[in-house]
Design a binder for this molecule. Structure first.
Ligand SMILES: C[S@@+](CC[C@H](N)C(=O)[O-])C[C@H]1O[C@@H](n2cnc3c(N)ncnc32)[C@H](O)[C@@H]1O
Length: 407
């Protein structure tokens, strides 16, 4: 059974806020500041997109009249994009509304008019637009194929290793670090396993709290995830096509299921030794400053005999960030380090083709050639030359609402 990370009562049913372990006032202040920065980004969205649309309008109107006359539909398509942005803003507003008291054990006292928004950075706006696309991946029918390629292999492996006809799955604990909008963790819990998702980004946490706790009606909500993409559209209407969500009722988990989401940095939150039967990482390990820190943490928190299942690429999130530690190891090197730790690699596929929040009508599409592995922590103690102490985390910025997968 898992020893959940110091869980406190929650605002939403599925979200818990892990208290900051080391809480000097400065860290708390930065955390608060960050919280409000992300709330503000959600509120600033409409203005940001309108600005972009107006730029496109100005450019078009600067063309010679005879060029404009060739395409009378361009301005009305831009007006349509504006309307879609208005609609997206309504959903984002609902997310904000449900986020202000998201953590029961953490107060981010309100300090400003919830309707007003200050300009946000391009960086935060990019992150918000990626979060909107994450709804497609995790909670729409459109994302089904992508989930089949990313989540299904992990789920199948869990079912193979912990089959319901041979063990009591309600006693098997699975941790999903970097859970995004929570679909993988939710699917695992739906099968009867104890499952906890862990997530660091407020963009993701606010959004997963909303979908998991506030969206019961299947496909009742609409988003326009592709309106921000002005290039590589085959048809104008591709840019404004909607998706609906959630494709399933997130509240439909079996009554006795054990599913939770815990907020915080994976390496800081999870330090109880030998707590989990399985750790499942999907598009996660490259979010580390130092991936060996993740290997070390997973080694520590797995029970003897426990398994680590991983699928993903190695698009190191901090690679191009000034003043951030970023150790970019090849898979070959990570594998070596895992074996030196004592992991036994039981399953390994070095070429699993997947996508990440793919726009399937775009003229530019990225494919990730992912590695997939199942690595077991042996039951017998192993001398790996490492003691079980986790070394202090590498220097890092207070929050990682930052780097993105190419989409
Ligand atoms: C590329 S996304 C993958 C999300 C999800 N697993 C999926 O496959 O859609 C990586 C996620 O890890 C989260 N993350 C990054 N560093 C983290 C950390 N130290 N602790 C917890 N989550 C983290 C990010 O916020 C992001 O949501």
């Amino acid at each position: 059974m898992a020893e959940p990370a110091d869980e406190a009562a929650v605002g939403g049913k599925f979200v818990q806020k892990e208290r900051i372990k080391y809480s000097p006032e400065e860290e708390a202040r930065l955390e608060r500041q960050h919280f409000w920065r992300i709330i503000n980004a959600f509120k600033f969205y409409r203005a940001h997109v309108q600005d972009r649309v107006q730029r496109a309008e100005r450019q078009f109107l600067s063309l010679p009249k005879h060029h404009q006359d060739l395409l009378p539909g361009v301005l009305s398509n831009l007006a349509h994009i504006s309307q879609c942005a208005e609609h997206n803003q309504e959903v984002l507003q609902a997310i904000v509304h449900n986020s202000l008291h998201i953590f029961e054990n953490m107060e981010y006292s309100e300090r400003e008019d919830p309707r007003k928004a200050r300009p946000s950075s391009t960086f935060d706006m990019d992150k918000l637009k990626s979060t909107i696309k994450q709804f497609v991946r995790d909670w729409s029918e459109t994302g089904r194929a992508e989930r089949e390629s990313c989540y299904k292999p992990i789920i199948q492996e869990i079912q193979r290793l912990f089959p319901s006809d041979q063990c009591d799955v309600s006693k098997v604990s699975v941790l999903v670090p970097g859970a995004g909008l929570g679909r993988l963790a939710w699917e695992i819990a739906r099968l009867g396993y104890i499952c906890q998702g862990n997530e660091w980004s407020f963009f993701m946490l606010f959004s997963s709290n909303f979908v998991l706790n506030r969206c019961e009606k299947v496909n009742a909500l609409t988003l326009y995830p592709w309106i921000h993409q002005f290039s590589n559209n085959k048809k104008s209407c591709d840019q404004t096509r909607p998706i609906t969500f959630p494709d399933v009722n997130p509240q439909s988990l079996p009554i006795d299921s054990e599913f939770s989401m815990v907020a915080g940095d994976f390496v800081e939150v999870y330090n109880n030794s030998e707590s989990w039967d399985c750790v499942a990482t999907c598009f996660f390990i490259d979010t580390a400053h130092n991936v060996l820190e993740y290997v070390e943490t997973i080694w520590k928190i797995l029970k003897p005999g426990g398994v680590w299942i991983n699928l993903g690429p190695l698009l190191y999130h901090f690679e191009n960030m000034a003043n951030e530690l970023s150790i970019e190891l090849s898979y070959e090197d990570i594998r070596k380090a895992m074996i030196n730790y004592g992991f036994h690699i039981e399953v390994e596929k070095e070429s699993m083709l997947t996508t990440y929040t793919e726009n399937d009508r775009s003229m530019l599409r990225y494919v990730y050639d992912c590695v997939f592995f199942v690595a077991r922590k042996p039951t017998e103690p192993h001398s790996n030359g490492q003691d079980d102490e986790i070394s202090p985390s590498a220097a890092k910025s207070p929050r990682r609402d930052d780097v993105d997968y190419l989409t």
